[in-house]
Design a binder for this molecule. Structure first.
Ligand SMILES: O=C(O)CCC(=O)C(=O)O
Ligand SMILES: [Mn+2]
Length: 405
């Protein structure tokens, strides 16, 4: 015990010293740790990565107060969530406004959200990275064009990637414009109602009862993808939280400060985990340097297994969490789950949900917007070290597309 305490103190001291040294040599602390966790060989030491799913206490982990009265147990259940009083929610020392909810989903109900991310949300009128290169007719039915191939057992011969495997991002609601780094009134399509409810419940439980889900960015990560260092600042109202939902393979998330010199804290995000960035933590640097795929042949994360309420039944239909009641959670057929489970066996999907405008707020008129460099329509790729490629002149606050190494 005493030894581990000293190890921790010693480690913190070394980290602080490292941060100072980095500053002197021009490489900021965030970038240094991003590269550290992204490194393939030798594999990085992950002992400093906080795992909220483990019961063990960590010096930085705090418990946090939720508001169980904000969401009734029935409302929660209809969205596939456990009663709020049973959620395991944490804060982090030094990050006021940051909340981490360790998988609040009922067993089996994550399957609905995975299916939505793979089958439903990539459909028109939503926008995805493939639209940037392909004709609308070719991106019309990403699921339909991929499902048969993904249902077949993996062949040894290298087959061309399916469209689903090429999917990197999807935008919902107010569609984020990767070139201008803005949202606009004239590029807005209906926000999915199931995701609107899920987000509303999570925000309300976290003391944000008037949160309105207006924009979503879904990121699709393969096992070698990473997401560069950035701040989500394009929303016009920052008083409301940013919500993040993760499904499939686990990943390492880095949460930094308001300056790149602030060394980030590393944490695991497992399937079903929810993160809330609000208040002071709404505009902090963050990144995903690494996906941690489970060893080949291992079963899916237990929370994704087809067991319990809302899971795929033998008949191929999801059991309604409450008999006879309308639920947000749709049935997932065995056929569809075969494709989804094959996909997430090696991949991760993350949904970040944002409120763009404050109450009564409107977008600024076009001539008042700042001039930006145009002509970079495939999003913001990060290079090996977490930085943007092709946008060196601008602040690297928007490296927001997963890229493969
Ligand atoms: O994938 C994640 O966990 C983070 C995604 C993110 O930061 C974003 O979409 O802005
Ligand atoms: Mn982000």
């Amino acid at each position: 015990m005493v030894r581990s305490f000293f190890n921790t103190v010693e480690r913190s001291f070394v980290m602080a010293k490292m941060a100072a040294t980095i500053g002197e040599h021009g490489e900021d602390a965030f970038r240094k740790l991003f590269k550290f966790y992204k490194r393939r060989s030798p594999a990085p030491d992950l002992s400093d990565v906080i795992d909220f799913s483990k019961a063990a206490k960590h010096e930085k982990v705090l418990t946090t107060e939720l508001n169980p009265a904000a969401v009734s147990d029935d409302e929660a259940r209809r969205a596939g969530l456990r009663p709020v009083k049973d959620w395991r929610a944490f804060g982090l020392l030094g990050y006021p406004g940051f909340m981490f909810i360790s998988n609040p989903f009922m067993p089996g109900s994550q399957q609905h959200w995975v299916k939505q991310c793979l089958k439903t949300y990539p459909q028109k009128p939503n926008v995805c990275n493939l639209d940037m290169h392909m004709a609308p007719t070719d991106t019309q039915d990403i699921w339909g064009k991929s499902a048969d191939v993904l249902r077949k057992p993996a062949s040894r011969i290298r087959e061309p990637k399916t469209l689903l495997e090429k999917l990197r991002w999807v935008t919902l609601g107010y569609h984020y414009n990767w070139d201008t780094k803005t949202y606009s009134a004239d590029h807005n399509t209906p926000f999915p109602s199931d995701l609107q409810s899920l987000s509303g419940h999570v925000a309300a439980a976290c003391q944000f009862p008037v949160f309105k889900a207006e924009a979503g960015i879904l990121n699709y990560y393969r096992s070698d993808s990473s997401l560069g260092i950035h701040v989500d600042e394009s929303e016009l109202d920052h008083t409301q939280p940013l919500l993040s939902f993760s499904f499939g393979q686990s990943a390492i998330f880095l949460l930094g400060g308001t300056r790149r010199e602030d060394p980030p804290t590393a944490m695991y995000m497992h399937s079903g985990d929810v993160m809330v960035m609000s208040g002071h933590s709404r505009l902090l640097y963050h990144a995903v340097p690494r996906v941690i795929p489970s060893p080949e042949g291992d079963p899916l994360h237990p929370s994704l297994e087809a067991e319990g309420l809302g899971s795929v039944s033998d008949q191929g239909l999801i059991q309604d969490p409450i008999q006879g009641e309308t639920t947000l959670i749709q049935s997932v057929t065995k056929e569809d789950w075969a494709v989804c489970s094959r996909y997430i066996q090696t991949s991760r999907v993350n949904m970040t949900i944002r409120q763009v405008l404050g109450p009564g707020q409107a977008f600024p008129s076009k001539d008042k917007r700042t001039e930006t460099v145009m002509g970079y329509t495939d999003g913001y790729h990060d290079s090996q070290d977490g930085e943007n490629v092709g946008l060196k002149r601008r602040r690297s606050s928007d490296a927001r597309n997963p890229v493969n190494t």
